[in-house]
Design a protein around this ligand. Structure first.
Ligand code: HEC
Ligand code: HEC
Length: 486
């Protein structure tokens, strides 16, 4: 170590023999180069905006710090309005269910990224909590940015109510039912494709309309009528708040009472920062306030690589130009051909198929069979905290999800069941006549039987390490934080 010290080498240089002197001079030079490089890296880290791109990337590779930090636009925080506070009480109120033991939080737990708390593929509800649902509850986080359902560009801005089936017919005639998804490539023109909406099939647009569903859904909170729900509000601990906010006659108009209550629940989800904190390690990394490990960095690059995992082709990973944090979904619909889940009670009927956009829960697009099998691309924020994945809850772990993406068409025998003759029942959760809708063009789904997989086991581990950086609640390292503040 001492021999690398430039001062020491200079002092002893005169008395040394020529060969040793040359060696010392080389060492001195090397030490200086290393010191300069380290100094430059530190400077590049502190002032990334002044660093040329290739050098920034070199520093990123070396240190895991983002070479091109951005300022993220987080929503402003303010104390909850009286409306949102009422919504919060309703959200956690178990007395609003027929069982008396179920609230919104039973399926959308605040401690579990507003997703399910247990590892069941789907949840049980109903008057005695014995009836099985048929889709897993999504996380309720970040829904304030969910656009309305529409087919084609900018439907959200349309003034007229749109007949989706009519639009779908026109789009099908023009020959586009889905867009090609390549990570990093901007679409050439806005495609006419289904996008936006709430639920796995986008059948509801607003958080307010949505909240009605579970209260009256027989396999969820299972109230039998609007009157019954309003009756429960009028006996609740917050009945006075209802009267304060909506007037003394509110309980005489059950429909109005319910609609105001659902508006309140929606305000809670929009106003409470716990629904959209943007506090993941990746968010802080984007801002230059955290460093990724080498595994996480490799995972990010594979995630974004259009020829490898291509995850970002659909789960968008880059912040918007306006600094809007990435949502890890393009809000579009895809048919991935996820295997059937034999654990679901509905699937005991061999003729039952959950086909997403074309039914059975959604009914307006039932005749638009080009959409059969398509489900909304979910956000991957906090997905590492989930214990159940995809619209039918068929998978229990990210390892299983990754195996599906990697092997679906290459080794389908590992993904799908076999029939009595030993044939692989590929795409078994969609009737054969609709299987042409399944995505076979976007990487990693562009591979064929026997091709080399797009990801190695090490790649998969790196991508999972990256997915874990999307979990909220990370505390950025104080050291990197203070070097940012200089
Ligand atoms: C028994 C479990 C259960 C309960 C209780 C429940 N939900 Fe859900 N929730 C679900 C399921 C399952 C879905 C997905 C349904 C689908 O896609 O068809 C869902 C979807 C949602 C969505 C749409 C999410 C998205 O990403 O599109 C919102 C919002 C929502 N629920 C809010 C609520 C509110 C508010 C309450 C209380 C009034 C509530 N839920 C009670 C199970 C439940
Ligand atoms: C062609 C678009 C597309 C690509 C590419 C894609 N996904 Fe998805 N992803 C989806 C859709 C659509 C779903 C929901 C499908 C369903 O439930 O039927 C989904 C679901 C998921 C889920 C489950 C989330 C949940 O809440 O249940 C995870 C995890 C996931 N994707 C990760 C990835 C990873 C990792 C990659 C890259 C290897 C990737 N996705 C590539 C469209 C895509």
């Amino acid at each position: 170590m001492q021999q690398h010290d430039p001062a020491l080498s200079a002092a002893s240089a005169d008395t040394a023999r020529p060969a040793t002197r040359r060696r010392l001079r080389v060492r001195t030079l090397a030490a200086l180069v290393v010191a300069a490089a380290a100094g430059y890296c530190a400077w590049a880290l502190a002032y990334p905006q002044h660093t040329p791109r290739p050098i920034g990337e070199f520093v990123e590779q070396l240190t895991g710090a983002n070479a091109h930090p951005v300022h993220l636009q987080r929503p402003a925080t303010a104390p909850l309005s009286a409306m949102a506070q009422l919504g919060k009480r309703i959200y956690f109120d178990q007395s609003l269910s027929a069982s008396g033991r179920m609230s919104c939080a039973s399926c959308h737990s605040a401690e579990h990224a507003y997703g399910p708390a247990n590892p069941l593929p789907v949840q049980f509800g109903g008057p005695s909590l014995t009836l099985q649902g048929d889709r897993p509850p999504p996380s309720l986080m970040y829904l304030y940015r969910q656009p309305n359902f529409g087919i084609g560009p900018d439907q959200a801005d349309a003034d007229e109510p749109v007949n989706q089936a009519q639009v779908a017919q026109q789009v099908a005639a023009a020959g586009t039912t889905r867009a090609q998804k390549t990570a990093g490539a901007a679409p050439a023109a806005p495609e006419m494709v289904p996008q936006g909406g709430l639920f796995w099939d986008g059948r509801v647009d607003t958080l307010q309309d949505q909240a009605l569903g579970p209260l009256l859904n027989p396999v969820e909170m299972a109230n039998t009528s609007v009157d019954e729900v309003t009756e429960k509000f009028s006996r609740s601990a917050y009945r006075d708040v209802f009267i304060q906010l909506f007037g003394p006659d509110i309980f005489k108009n059950p429909r109005l009472a319910l609609s105001e209550a659902m508006f309140a629940v929606a305000r809670f989800q929009v106003e409470d920062p716990s629904f959209h904190p943007y506090s993941s390690k990746y968010d802080y990394w984007l801002e230059g306030r955290a460093r990724l490990t080498q595994a996480e960095l490799r995972g990010l690059r594979l995630f974004n690589d259009p020829h490898k995992a291509n995850c970002a082709g659909c789960h968008l990973s880059k912040p918007g130009k306006d600094g809007l944090p990435p949502m890890f979904t393009d809000y579009q619909y895809e048919s991935l051909g996820v295997p059937r889940n034999p654990q679901l009670a509905v699937n005991r009927d061999a003729n039952y198929y959950d086909m997403g956009l074309c039914g059975p829960h959604r009914t307006d697009l039932a005749t638009q069979t080009q959409y059969c099998g398509m489900f909304l691309t979910p956000t991957l924020r906090n997905s590492a905290t989930r214990k159940t994945f995809f619209h039918n809850g068929v998978y229990r772990s990210l390892d299983q999800v990754m195996a599906f993406y990697n092997l679906r068409d290459i080794e389908p025998g590992k993904i799908y069941p076999h029939d009595a003759q030993g044939h692989v029942e590929q795409y078994d959760d969609l009737p054969a006549k609709y299987r042409a809708n399944i995505d076979k063009t976007d990487a990693p789904f562009d591979r064929k039987l026997g091709d080399a997989p797009s990801m190695t086991q090490a790649d998969i581990e790196d991508i999972i390490a990256f997915l874990k950086t999307l979990t909220d609640g990370y505390r950025p390292d104080d050291r990197t934080q203070s070097s940012q503040q200089q």
